[in-house]
Structures are given as structure tokens and as C-alpha cells.
Design a protein around this ligand. Structure first.
Ligand SMILES: C[S@@+](CC[C@H](N)C(=O)[O-])C[C@H]1O[C@@H](n2cnc3c(N)ncnc32)[C@H](O)[C@@H]1O
Length: 288
């Protein structure tokens, strides 16, 4: 059963980082316990109303995993396809959720490689560890922690992947700076995330009011703009930054994640949001 779309975890007190993290943990803990797939409370959300895992990863890749592992996915893109992993690489998945991408990555890097999943939510970590045991994966570890403070040494990872998570962090600049720190020189970042493809100053509503009318936990309210994503990646030290829209969200999809919240905006502001929130494929390299 889906949760009410305007629950406490949807109305996140912005500007209070610890409250945001607590609300995000409560939201994803509840979702995983109710076994609901996708990010949000509504029927669609930042993943899709279609069979997301099949659409994103393809039946062939999923057929290699036990059926249970495939049913809890909360992503908005395919960061693995972007990452083009090679045998022997060390991979870190920021906000690894139920572990699906970690397990797919573990097969791609093989036994000479290793994959870490990092997540804040205990129920997600427990599910991911159970999934890893079912899949018989021996080259993976799921770590508890905050993507703003990654519990791995400097220059220890070849590739960072992440699927629909960075938007949830209160301090995205800190996430990207810490991602840069743990990557080896020449390492790469391959991320799917929700991003505003808009200049927020041109929308007929102030930014605070706009973000207040969107759901944080469903991955919309905390989304960066394209411009800010690029700027934060460059500030962290990344080069060859690429952002490409892979999907645009309709107003109906935004409503499904919090109709009551969204209706606090004037109609013309709501109309202006059509297609402005997007799933993006984001790539960047740490200089060699
Ligand atoms: C939308 S789900 C995506 C899960 C997974 N990447 C997938 O594609 O299924 C977001 C995940 O990020 C985790 N998360 C959110 N904020 C986090 C943070 N600051 N640090 C670590 N994990 C976080 C949540 O607990 C949740 O498991």
C-alpha cells in the first residue's frame, strides 16, 4: 500500500540538514519495509510508472540475479551503463539502496574487482546484505554512512556510481568533493540524478516557494540545476563534465509525488514546471 503523499517525510524542513537526513532515512526505511518500488509515494516518481528495473537494466542482466533482488529498485536512470565498468575495477555506489546496482556491478568487475555500497538507512543495508547473500556475491560490502562523508580512504576507488541519491543530500558540494577525494587519479563518476533543466530565476515563482511545493524524499525538491551541478563538479576538481537529459517529468508525475504540496503553487507556476525536472546522466573524471 502506498503512503499518503503528504506525509512528514515529504514535508521536509529545508535548511536543516540533520532533519533532512532523518526524514530521508524514515522515508526509505518505510518504503523498503512496505516493499514499494520507486522513490516516491505516488504511483510514478523519479523512477517510472513502467517496470523500471526491466526498462533500465534489461532482462538479460537481471536474469543473472535471484528474482527477489530485482524487486526493490529506486533509481531514475542507469548509472551502470554510463560507467562502462571493466574487470578488476573498484567501484563505490553512493546510496546503494537494496543493492541491485552493486550486484550487477560486482558481476561486471569480476572477482579481481570489488564493489562497495554506501547507504544511510539501516533497513536498506539489511536488505542489500540479504540480497548479496542470496546472489552469492563475495566481492561486495555494504557500508553504513553518509555520502557527505564517505568512509573510505583517499584515492581508493576507480569508479563512483550513484542512482537518484545526490539530490537527497543537503550539501551536494560536500558529496562531490568527498567523491573526488576517494577516487583514484583518472577515476570517473557516473551518476543518474534528478536535475532541473531550467533557470529557476525565470520561473514565475520564487525558488524557496517552488522547492517548498515539491517532495524532497521523492527526489524533486532538492534537485540541483544543470548549471549548479556542473559548477559544483568543476569546483570539486572534476574535468570533462557531461550532463545529458534522459527523461523529462510531467506535471502529472510531480502531482503523483505530492499533489497537495504542488497545489500550493499558482497554476501558471505549475504549468511552467512541465518537463523542467529531468533525469540526467552525469559523467565526470578526476584528472589523471
Ligand atoms: C532513491 S533511493 C535510490 C537507491 C538505489 N540507488 C537504487 O537505484 O535503487 C535513495 C537511497 O539513498 C539513500 N540516501 C539518501 N541520502 C543519503 C545520504 N546522505 N547518505 C547515504 N545514503 C543516502 C537512501 O537511504 C536510499 O537508500
Amino acid at each position: 500500500m502506498s503512503q499518503p503523499s503528504t506525509d512528514a517525510t515529504t514535508r521536509v524542513p529545508r535548511g536543516d540538514p540533520e532533519a533532512i537526513k532523518a526524514a530521508v532515512q524514515a522515508h526509505y526505511g518505510a518504503r523498503v519495509q512496505s516493499r514499494a518500488s520507486c522513490c516516491g509515494a505516488g504511483e510514478s516518481g523519479c523512477c517510472a510508472s513502467e517496470p523500471t528495473e526491466l526498462t533500465l537494466y534489461g532482462a538479460e542482466a537481471l536474469a543473472q540475479l535471484p528474482p527477489d533482488v530485482v524487486t526493490t529498485s529506486y533509481g531514475c536512470g542507469n548509472s551502470l551503463a554510463l560507467a562502462a565498468l571493466r574487470s578488476g575495477e573498484v567501484v563505490l555506489d553512493l546510496g546503494s539502496g537494496g543493492g541491485l546496482e552493486v550486484l550487477l556491478a560486482a558481476r561486471q568487475v569480476g572477482l579481481s574487482g570489488y564493489v562497495y555500497g554506501l547507504d544511510l538507512t539501516d533497513a536498506m543495508l539489511e536488505l542489500a546484505r540479504r540480497n548479496a547473500a542470496k546472489a552469492g556475491a563475495t566481492n561486495v560490502a555494504f557500508l553504513k554512512g553518509d555520502i557527505e562523508s564517505i568512509p573510505l580512504p583517499d584515492r581508493s576507488v576507480d569508479v563512483i556510481i550513484s542512482n537518484c541519491v545526490i539530490n537527497l543530500a543537503p550539501d551536494k558540494g560536500q558529496v562531490l568533493a568527498d567523491a573526488f577525494r576517494v577516487l583514484k587519479p583518472g577515476g570517473r563518476l557516473a551518476v543518474s540524478d534528478i536535475v532541473f533543466d531550467a533557470d529557476l530565476a525565470e520561473l514565475p515563482v520564487g525558488e524557496n516557494e517552488l522547492r517548498g511545493a515539491l517532495s524532497w524524499a521523492a527526489c524533486f525538491a532538492g534537485a540541483l540545476t544543470m548549471q549548479d551541478y556542473r559548477r559544483l563538479l568543476l569546483t570539486a576538481g572534476f574535468e570533462r563534465v557531461g550532463l545529458a537529459v534522459t527523461r523529462r517529468y510531467t506535471i502529472a508525475e510531480l502531482r503523483a509525488e505530492g499533489a497537495e504540496l504542488l497545489s500550493s503553487l499558482p497554476d501558471r507556476a505549475i504549468r511552467a514546471l512541465e518537463g523542467k525536472l529531468t533525469s540526467c546522466a552525469i559523467t565526470a573524471w578526476k584528472p589523471a
